[in-house]
Design a protein around this ligand. Structure first.
Ligand SMILES: [Zn+2]
Length: 502
């Protein structure tokens, strides 16, 4: 973590040096595509201090391919010493909002934005025209378009998942081979390794770049579909894990071109400071897919908060040092602890101890507790009524009541209301000397006691708690306020408190 901190400081120092020569400070977007339309989306422009190639990187053409967006969001924060990086992370906002491949409301070939760029013809009207205008304005030397396939190419040759689709340019093919070698070095299983394919599909942005404008291009494809497990069943890589593969391929590309990019571990602009709060959302095994996505959506409503998803490898690599708060969503507490591993858990505890913030929702609340061999012990809270390992009290809308401290944090409101509960932790003081006592923000008034759990245990126990740990702060929510529209600000308020911005 220390080395990354130093690296971030170095980046900052380098940037300041660069800014003396190049009067560009890139905080926030450099421009908007489709301004005033449903397709309005930012693009980012970074110039290195020295001459070099111009690279256009695009993501989010298809709304059901989130890893390309997550990677492009991170890459939009990268710096290079030579050349220029232009990044448009989310090209199709309506499809992304709907989490579907095709643009909502458009029929036939019109629905697929990546079929709007015919070879030898005019690009389609609308967002494709805006994209092509950006392309002509930037005059890139290269185009990299980030996508995802539904299946691993080596398991299902009908899909382009886990491949690089290169244009016919020999230098592009050579670079694609180096990029594949770099990402394959991180994959043990032969059938999940990458494949080099040729010729991006007709009417795609990448095909038009090469055939209509002579600009070499590649489509980078990770895989959102599942792979079979040797012990039976199947699993998929998390969005953050797939985004990590994209970052590694793009980083190899920039390095091969001599652009001297910053570390591929950079996820968020180190200059995004001041009022803004940077939140890492844990998105790996044990975190529910819907939970991470839901919390990301809730926080995207707030201008002061910027989020990135992180996987266990990111955490172990020290990436939390780039953030103010780490957020653990619902799912399984022991599952998240397992995927973090011992090394990841040590990083998390060290992050909070040295001044970072923590918010755990439901499973994330189990992870913060002090009574499991795998829990982080950053709150002096133990979970009770766990006899026979039975933590499943059930799911229900339950009444909770805010304390004075809760009203202070979440604002003036009726202190009693219902909130969604889904097998969250039931807390009691942990009585661990070395951890400061927690403060109760709300208590349960209602109860659910299914699956053989004890009745009469839950009412009066803490539902929302917060505490200090070292120089940092931790908050745990047993229920899910983010599931109720009028309570979604609880997530923001807790994040701001955990970040020390109250
Ligand atoms: Zn795609």
């Amino acid at each position: 973590m220390k080395t990354l901190r130093i690296e971030a400081l170095l980046l900052l120092a380098l940037t300041q040096v660069q800014c003396a020569a190049v009067p560009e400070v890139r905080v926030g977007p450099s421009g908007l595509l489709g301004e005033g339309t449903a397709f309005e989306t930012p693009w980012f422009d970074h110039r290195g201090a020295k001459d070099g190639p111009t690279i256009l990187i695009t993501g989010g053409m298809h709304g059901n391919e989130p890893a390309g967006v997550a990677a492009a969001d991170a890459i939009a924060s990268w710096t290079v010493k030579r050349g220029r990086l232009v990044v448009a992370p989310r090209m199709n906002p309506p499809a992304l909002a709907a989490s579907q491949r095709r643009t909502p409301g458009l029929e036939g070939s019109l629905g697929d934005l990546n079929r709007h760029f015919p070879t030898g013809g005019e690009v389609f009207e609308g967002v494709a025209t805006d994209l092509w205008e950006l392309f002509e304005q930037v005059q890139p030397d290269w185009l990299l378009d980030l996508h995802e396939g539904y299946a691993f190419r080596r398991l299902n040759p009908d899909s382009v998942g886990s491949s690089i689709i290169s244009c016919a340019d020999p230098r592009a093919v050579e670079l694609a081979e180096a990029m594949i070698a770099a990402v394959d070095a991180t994959i043990v299983e032969e059938d999940r390794k990458f494949t080099l394919l040729r010729n991006p599909i007709e009417s795609s942005f990448a095909r038009a770049a090469w055939e209509n404008a002579g600009v070499p291009s590649m489509i980078l494809e990770t895989t959102y579909g599942k792979y079979p497990l040797p012990e039976g069943g199947e699993r998929r890589y998390s969005v953050s894990h797939r985004a990590r593969q994209h970052r590694l391929m793009v980083h190899t590309f920039l390095t091969e071109l001599g652009m001297e990019p910053c570390s591929s571990e950079v996820l968020i602009d180190p200059r995004v400071t001041g009022e803004r709060v940077r939140v890492a959302i844990y998105d790996d095994l044990g975190a529910s897919v819907g939970g991470a996505k839901g919390l990301e959506r809730v926080l995207s409503e707030y201008d002061r908060v910027e989020t990135r998803r992180v996987c266990s490898v990111d955490v172990v690599a020290g990436s939390l040092s780039q953030f103010d708060v780490v957020l653990h969503p619902g799912g399984s507490g022991s599952g998240q602890a397992n995927s973090l591993g011992e090394a990841g858990r040590v990083r998390e505890v060290e992050f909070i101890r040295s001044g970072g913030g923590y918010l755990g929702v439901c499973a994330g609340g189990y992870l913060a507790a002090c009574n499991y061999p795998w829990s982080l012990a950053i709150l002096d809270a133990r979970t009770i009524d766990t006899k026979n390992g039975n933590w499943r009290r059930g799911r229900a809308e339950l009444e909770i009541e805010l304390t004075a401290a809760g009203l202070g944090l979440f604002g003036d409101m009726d202190p009693n209301f219902d909130v969604r509960y889904a097998n969250g932790p039931i807390y009691a003081p942990g009585e661990r000397e070395e951890i400061p006592d927690y403060e109760t923000l709300a208590v349960y008034r209602g109860e659910v006691a299914e699956n053989g759990t004890s009745k009469g245990v839950m009412p009066g126990t803490p539902a929302l708690i917060r505490g200090r740990f070292g120089a940092g702060r931790a908050v745990a929510f047993s229920p899910h306020p983010e599931s109720t529209q009028s309570l979604q600000h609880f997530i923001r308020d807790a994040v701001l408190w955990a970040a020390g911005r109250d």
